[in-house]
Design a protein around this ligand. Structure first.
Ligand code: SF4
Ligand code: SF4
Length: 312
């Protein structure tokens, strides 16, 4: 399967990549790295993130377009050739629209410990699905679920977008640009190469023919439906019913023997996910704790530890 490159005949039309994840997982940077790798191969590239709420843990989407000719399209990518999903919990949130616009020619890459068959058993999509446990590699090599570079390795290898040396240069450039030091860049390269080497070489299907637009040659940017841009509020006082725990990689666990009941965790939890019981011990609301671990970091006697969510 050849890599995407100019004059190859299969990239004349604009190809479309959509990245989905949550704030803080590295969606925007992953899109930058993949786009940079394509750019280094001599292609025209355009990439842009779209944030909803500027808040860690909220759904984030980013777009990358590439092709041999200048790219005049703008806006939301409705019909992606490739979707890269950093956080599989978003599949359970219809408003994130991860599966929107996918068809049998699309490729869906999911960062998940589940197999593609298991994912497809719970979520219908006509797209070809490939999974890889990128979070585990990031935790092993980087010590944190920093996904941007390793997930780019998954996408670039599986979709056959660029050879390794091009991706490695892209990782160097983009991670330097956000201020990472040589040691962290080197570890990111190691994590990325591990994911890249393990990923299958699937490649993108032949490009879809654009819809004919008789009568004019201008590209019309479609308006997004309000459902994409605004919450649907159908009943009041429902926020407690909506759990926000799906994107936790680690959960905080309290050791009451060590707790001095200083209230710091209660005061500092950004989600208000810690209450106090009748004896003033903290009680963690795991339906609304997002796993930021601020409580663990700030607890003076280290009464809070972390537990990998997979093992909880
Ligand atoms: S990890 Fe701790 S501080 Fe963060 S949301 Fe959960 S309970 Fe709150
Ligand atoms: S910060 Fe630590 S010691 Fe203080 S109440 Fe929370 S768990 Fe207990």
């Amino acid at each position: 399967m050849p890599f995407a490159q100019p004059n190859s005949g299969d990239v004349m039309m604009v190809r479309h990549i959509r990245f989905h994840g949550r704030g803080g997982e590295g969606v925007k940077l992953a899109s930058r790295i993949v786009s940079r790798a394509l750019f280094l191969g001599g292609l025209n590239v355009q990439d842009s993130p779209l944030y909803g709420a500027e808040r860690r843990g909220s759904p984030v989407v980013a777009f990358a377009r590439f092709g041999e000719d200048p790219i005049h399209e703008r806006g939301y990518i409705e019909q992606p050739d490739l979707v890269v999903l950093l956080d599989p919990s978003l599949l359970d949130h219809p408003e994130a629209s991860v599966l929107a616009g996918l068809n049998e020619t699309s490729l869906l890459l999911i960062n998940s410990a589940q197999t593609a068959v298991e994912v497809k058993g719970h979520h219908y999509t006509a797209a070809q699905v490939v999974t890889q446990n990128v979070t585990s590699v990031a935790l092993e090599v980087l010590g944190h679920p920093l996904l941007s570079a390793p997930i780019a390795g998954f996408a670039v290898k599986t979709a056959q977008l660029a050879p390794w040396r091009q991706l490695a240069e892209a990782v160097q450039i983009e991670l330097s640009a956000v201020g990472l030091g040589p040691d962290l860049i080197e570890r990111n390269l190691r994590a990325t190469q591990r994911v890249y080497d393990a990923a299958p070489a699937v490649g993108l299907s032949a490009p879809r023919r654009p819809e004919p637009r008789p009568g004019h040659s201008l590209f019309t940017i479609p308006r997004l439906s309000p459902a994409r841009a605004a919450p649907v509020i159908e009943a009041e006082a429902t926020s407690r019913l909506r759990t926000t725990a799906g994107w936790r990689v680690f959960r905080p666990v309290l050791d009451r023997q060590l707790c001095t009941r200083c209230f710091l965790c209660f005061a500092l939890c950004p989600e208000g996910a810690i209450q106090l019981d009748a004896q003033n011990y903290p009680v963690i609301d795991y339906d609304h704790c997002k796993g930021c671990l601020v409580c663990m970091t700030e607890c003076p006697p280290h009464a809070i530890s972390e537990l990998r969510e997979d093992a909880a």
